[in-house]
Design a protein around this ligand. Structure first.
Ligand code: GDP
Length: 294
């Protein structure tokens, strides 16, 4: 996903390294180029401005210019700030002190929500948890079937009451988890093509009814700035605990992943790295920064 951006930054850093001692103008020039590279990667304009200002302040303010390998230090500052932009440290999901932990997955249609529900169940069961998947996307009958097929593949139970009211489904699922020793309930809620009041109203009702420990938004990184807008709206309307960014294996420009934390204040907790069921990774800001900078 970050191939283009990574290559651009690599070139900028190469020319910095070639300079030996750096003047303030060298740093400014490099940061102008970094700014262009980030904007071209579709990172939110305001985020880019702040990022560049922060790096410059640290690079010029410190002893960088006088030090032995100034270029290396500038590169390190960029890496540190990139890690910070991506959230700093890894944000984990909140597990309930008293099980079951209730995780509600929300998002627009096509973002990868149902697939991610399966992936998350797999990841958690590998960690020794006993998840229950819940089919609460009642408007797309295929979604129920899709989740049931995933459940069979993974040998993880799927709770469904067909097209029953999603609030009732969620409540009944939580009750069943309690009585059958399941310690994580993963609710696959309905998505729509666009955000609308009806969708938000239904999600808010489920939230009130089952009081999830985690509301995670599944967003498609390939949709760029739109993913950031979607995250912002869901966060305002529903209050998110985290974001799962899917399709980071794709070749979009990566701007969504770099902007979303800063714009929404909500951490990315997992990254979807492919269609397969084991292609979900906990999101590590430092490792992602390393991946970008190569
Ligand atoms: P939903 O409508 O949000 O439930 O979306 P689905 O779970 O049906 O996923 C939509 C499409 O995205 C499917 O073809 C998935 O295989 C694909 N998908 C989901 N996550 C990823 C990912 O991380 N990478 C890639 N490449 N494809 C994904």
């Amino acid at each position: 996903m970050f191939k283009g951006l990574g290559e651009r930054l690599d070139e900028i850093f190469k020319s910095l390294k070639g300079k030996g001692r750096l003047t303030e103008e060298d740093v400014n020039q490099a940061m102008r180029e970094v700014k262009m590279a980030l904007l071209e990667a579709d990172v939110n304009f305001k985020v880019v401005k702040e990022f560049v200002a922060q790096v410059k302040e640290r690079a010029v303010g410190q002893d960088v210019l006088a030090s032995l390998s100034p270029a290396q230090q500038v590169i390190k500052i960029v890496k540190d700030e990139l890690t910070e932009l991506l959230g700093g440290t890894q944000a984990k999901i909140n597990m309930a002190a008293k099980p079951p932990t209730i995780i509600m997955l929300v998002g627009l249609q096509g973002a990868g929500k149902t697939t991610t529900a399966g992936k998350l169940a797999k990841l958690l069961s590998k960690q020794g948890r006993r998840p229950l998947l819940v089919a609460a996307d009642i408007y797309r009958p295929a979604a129920i079937k899709q989740l049931q097929v995933l459940g069979e593949q993974l040998q993880i139970p799927v709770f469904s009451l067909g097209q029953e009211n999603p609030v009732k489904i969620a409540q009944a699922a939580v009750d069943q988890a309690g009585s059958t020793g399941k310690d994580v309930v993963i609710i696959d809620t309905a998505g729509r093509l666009h955000i609308n009041e009806e969708l938000m109203g239904e999600l808010a009702e489920i939230k009130t009814a089952v009081k999830p420990h985690e509301i995670l938004l599944v967003v498609d990184a390939m949709t760029g700035q739109e993913a950031v807008n979607v995250a912002d709206t869901f966060n305002r309307k529903l209050g998110l605990d985290g974001i799962i960014m899917t399709k980071l294996d794709g070749d979009a420009r990566g701007g969504a992943a770099l902007s979303v934390r800063k714009v929404t204040g909500t951490p990315i907790k997992f990254a979807g790295m492919g269609e397969k069921l084991d292609a979900l990774e906990p999101f590590h800001p430092d490792r992602m920064a390393d991946r970008i900078l190569g």
